[in-house]
Unconditional design. Structure first.
Lengths: 374, 309
């Protein structure tokens, strides 16, 4: 009897742990594209996500790109997906090597923290091409990176908020106080100020990329401070739900959430990863790929706004579309002087336009009209 | 402004309230169940799925209760009947619960709680009480789930300290052997109260998925189960103190955002640390005062072998 109970205890514990593992890992079951006749050359492309493919935010936006790739290439490409991969070097390497063992000749890592692992892999597997979203490392043969000028659609969403606010106070639920987030805040504030010089942007940092309840609570604190339009740089729909519950408005991020929070959702700056992935994978297959540090813009179609909802008045939409058209023509840079920081010091001189490298250093600072503490 | 903050603190504290109360029942039965987080996830996902399919808020809550209880049943079977190490088992349950929720949630990610349920859980002021100055708006202008929390706390206090069964339960937690000798069915008491604890944790999770953020997303519990475990010690195993503590900790969890939006700078990390720092201080104080009713159940964490009496 004692033996039996011991065995039962062990079996139950093991089952519970196994189920947990299955639950967490959930990923690799992407329906492999119909291989069709095995004679056709199939290129296998591995995608590594930090979240799950339908997380309602960051990874879902990445997955939309993956789906577009699959659709475009059809039988010629097979995608392999790994979800919920933590930003630990060994985990990332194991995941990528597993993909390579399955025949992947291209591996796409879609989170910043995958960078060092991909760099090492690029040396260890010279025949495989590695593409990395949001990093800065690359080599000359098989490792490139890509990112985009999110400041452009953020600026446009700022214009909408600037025109629609009644209290002249906008709320910004931000993940962490670091450069990428600050560039977004600055672009949003400048966009809002371009149409409404009196507007103020209040920032609350959540210190997390994905904590729905806290993101909602942060938005509620901004609403309590009279902000009547909330935007966000984080993954969850929490801020949009908070705005909806308070009868206020919201600009999302990453995805068209018009169905999740129909009462508040105006639009969202979104990524179109396929605009980079499709031509790049095409080049890799053709053997013509030279690693680059791609920085997509609205001109490339790499970024844009989700369709504006009915909550945005037509005259506002018209004005935004006018500027959007200039951005799409490559004629409307976001960071043009004079720009001042929160203390009133000049960041960008009159007539000066920040180039890409300068944006990532100068715009670590927050611009005038933004109030944030961290 | 302050009223708004305190009212939000109640909402932030409600999942903690249920989870803490659940853990108190488990520990009063002598079982340290570290699976609170996992059982909250189980309640959150099952409550959400039931709500999504039935559009019935009460069935959704019932689903959460059952899910939490099933999680606790696994734990109870392992720790009461098979006498497996409680700590290990609880930790496993936490990992299991989160995986379980992610697994079941894959296909409904981003789904929204049906409108009928959302509107059931809107704030409903209680006549008379809600017109009290300040207190009325803070405590009595909330959703029915919060009111249910108040009732549960009062009922639990009565049960634990004013009924024979409550006395028996405390006896089991203090000394299972003595309780057994006095004719109490130790295993039954343990099972019932561990399951009751799990059910309450499930309800806490359901509050997160049905009311706090009524859209299914991963990571919605985000460590609140662990705060509940700390809260049990903070509350020295007393439901009323648990309620006060839950609202206090709930308030602390959103205080940082309020201060930031007002332009006051206190590090978020410091504020995140406060509940735990407060718990440590309470433990030190209660250990020094050495009052009997503030002490953990004496038999907490010990497996009970009748043959070894």
């Amino acid at each position: 009897m004692k033996k039996l109970t011991k065995f039962l205890a062990l079996a139950l514990t093991v089952t519970m742990s196994m189920t947990a593992l299955v639950g967490c890992g959930g990923g690799n079951e992407q329906p492999a594209a119909e291989a069709g006749d095995a004679t056709a050359e199939v290129t296998k492309v591995g995608f590594i996500y930090i979240g799950s493919q339908n997380d309602g935010g960051y990874s879902q936006a990445q997955h939309n790109g993956t789906k577009a790739v699959q659709e475009y290439f059809g039988d010629k490409v097979e995608t392999i997906i790994a979800e919920n991969v933590a930003e630990e070097k060994q985990t990332v390497k194991t995941t990528a090597i597993n993909m390579i063992d399955q025949g992947a000749s291209i591996v796409v890592g879609t989170s910043f923290g995958f960078m060092d692992a991909l760099e090492e892999l690029a040396t260890e597997y010279p025949e495989v091409t590695f593409l990395h979203f949001s990093g800065y490392k690359m080599n000359e043969t098989n490792f490139g990176n890509y990112f985009g000028a999110m400041e452009e659609p953020r600026y446009l969403s700022g214009m909408i908020a600037g025109m629609m606010t009644e209290t002249n106070k906008l709320g910004y639920v931000a993940a962490f106080p670091y450069t990428e987030v600050h560039i977004g805040i600055d672009a949003f504030a400048l966009g809002a100020q371009s149409v409404n010089p009196d507007v103020e942007v209040k920032v609350v940092y959540v210190n997390s990329w994905n904590d729905p309840a806290n993101e909602k609570a942060a938005a509620e604190s901004l609403l309590a401070q009279d902000c009547d339009i909330i935007t966000q740089h984080g993954d969850s729909a929490g801020p949009q739900l908070a705005a909806e519950a308070a009868g206020k408005l919201a600009v999302g991020y990453n995805l068209d959430n018009s169905k999740v929070a129909p009462g508040s959702f105006l639009t969202a700056p979104v990524w179109h990863h396929d605009k980079y992935l499709i031509p790049t994978i095409e080049k890799i297959i053709a053997g013509e790929y030279v690693p680059e540090s791609y920085y997509g813009t609205m001109q490339d179609g790499y970024l844009g706004l989700a369709p504006m909802t009915e909550l945005v008045p037509q005259d506002v939409q018209d004005k935004v579309n006018e500027v959007a058209a200039k951005m799409e023509a490559g004629e409307f840079p976001v960071f043009v002087g004079p720009i001042y920081d929160t203390e009133g010091n000049e960041l960008v001189a009159e007539g000066e336009t920040l180039d890409r490298a300068a944006i990532w250093t100068v715009m670590q600072n927050l611009v005038k009209g933004v109030s944030a503490v961290n | 402004m302050l009223v708004g903050f305190l009212s939000a603190a109640i909402i932030a504290g409600t999942p903690l309230l249920f989870a803490t109360l659940g853990e108190i029942f488990s520990q009063k039965a002598g079982h340290l169940n570290l699976g609170v987080e996992g059982m909250m996830y189980m309640g959150a996902i099952i409550g959400f799925i039931v709500g999504l399919n039935t559009h019935n808020p009460l069935l959704a809550m019932l689903g959460a209760v059952l899910a939490g209880a099933v999680g606790a049943l696994l734990y109870a079977f392992l720790t009461v009947s098979l006498r497996v190490n409680q700590t290990v088992c609880g930790l496993t349950l936490t990992i299991f619960g989160e995986g379980f929720a992610s697994f079941l949630g894959t296909s409904i990610m981003g789904s929204i709680v049906p409108g009928d349920i959302k509107s059931f859980f809107v704030a409903r002021p209680i006549p008379v009480l809600s017109s009290l100055p300040y207190i009325g708006d803070i405590l009595f202008n909330q959703d029915v789930f919060v009111y249910f929390g108040y009732i549960t706390i009062i009922a639990s206090t009565y049960y634990l300290f004013r009924t024979k069964k409550g006395l028996n339960l405390r006896a089991v937690g203090e000394s299972a052997a003595a309780a057994d000798a006095s004719g109490i069915n130790v295993s039954l008491y343990k099972y019932v109260h561990i399951l009751l604890g799990g059910a309450l944790c499930g309800l806490g999770g359901a509050y997160m998925s049905l009311v706090t953020v009524p859209v299914w997303q991963e990571h919605i519990i985000a460590g609140r189960g662990w705060i509940a475990v700390a809260l049990v010690i903070f509350a020295s195993w007393n439901p009323i103190k648990a309620m006060i503590g839950a609202f206090l900790f709930g308030g602390l969890s959103i205080l940082g955002f309020r201060l930031q939006s007002m332009g006051i700078h206190i590090s978020q990390y410091l504020i995140d640390m406060l509940p735990y720092a407060a718990t440590i201080i309470i433990v030190i104080i209660s250990t020094r005062k050495n009052k009997k009713e503030d002490m953990p159940p004496a038999d907490l964490g010990n497996p009970y072998f009748r043959e070894e009496r």
